[in-house]
Ligand binder design. Structure first.
Ligand SMILES: [Zn+2]
Length: 232
């Protein structure tokens, strides 16, 4: 081995150790980098519900999704999953996907990097203990990226998933009219952010009211909703 190629090997090992993280997935188009897709993204949307499970709202949202035969992805908070394991089981039994949304939903920028990692790892353990499978998808709280968290998720073979469309079901904009209007704008390839939990922060009750009309409208737009496991 000559000096130059040995040098290359050293650099290669450095880069393998600190390899660049994959870009977060924001649209279904972004998934094409992960391999051959199982669905036609020109017709598909992915609905995601964050911050649950919640004993009041998750069962009602599951019932509406079942009425319309729609599969979604639930980014659960580990703390809530630990408290309501039967709801996590119910989500999985209905054919939906579980994602990891950290243990306590702390802002990723306001915690130590050790805590950032354990927030991810602990939630994976909880989900795996309940469902028998580790989640494949990770979403940081508030969509705020933190390298320590993304590395932990990557090491656990999870892809980081954000969204292309938020229905903003919280705060002053979280009205029935506003949420319904934003849902009307959903188009093929979108990953839609909604909430089924943390009602003290979000408005899952309003989301629930808007959901049937939105799900009815999908067929008219020739759109099909699927969960993230169905994409790739
Ligand atoms: Zn959240």
């Amino acid at each position: 081995m000559n000096y130059a190629s040995r040098n290359c090997d050293i650099y290669a090992s450095l880069f393998t150790h600190r390899s660049p993280l994959p870009q977060p997935l924001r649209t279904l188009e972004n998934f094409t980098h992960m391999g051959k897709l199982k669905v036609d993204i020109k017709r598909q949307v992915c609905l995601t519900f964050d911050d649950g499970p919640d004993p009041d709202y998750t069962p009602e949202i599951l019932a509406v999704l079942a009425d319309y035969g729609v599969k979604a992805t639930f980014f659960v908070v580990g703390e809530a999953a630990e408290r309501f394991p039967q709801l996590v089981e119910k989500i999985v039994a209905a054919g939906h996907t579980i994602g990891n949304h950290t243990y306590s939903h702390r802002h990723p920028w306001l915690i130590s990097s050790a805590r950032a990692k354990s927030e991810v790892a602990r939630t994976t353990d909880i989900v795996e203990n309940i469902t028998g499978s580790a989640p494949r998808w990770f979403r940081p709280p508030f969509g705020r990226l933190r390298t320590a968290m993304r590395r932990q998720a990557h090491a656990e073979h999870m892809a980081t998933v954000l969204w292309s469309r938020s229905i903003i079901d919280w705060g002053a904009l979280g009205t029935k009219t506003g949420i319904a209007r934003r849902l009307e704008q959903v188009k093929a390839g979108d990953i839609v952010l909604m909430h089924d939990g943390r009602p003290e922060q979000n408005r899952p009750g309003v989301t629930l009211q808007c959901l049937p009309g939105f799900l009815r409208s999908l067929a008219g737009k020739s759109l099909v909703a699927c969960n993230l496991d169905e994409v790739v």
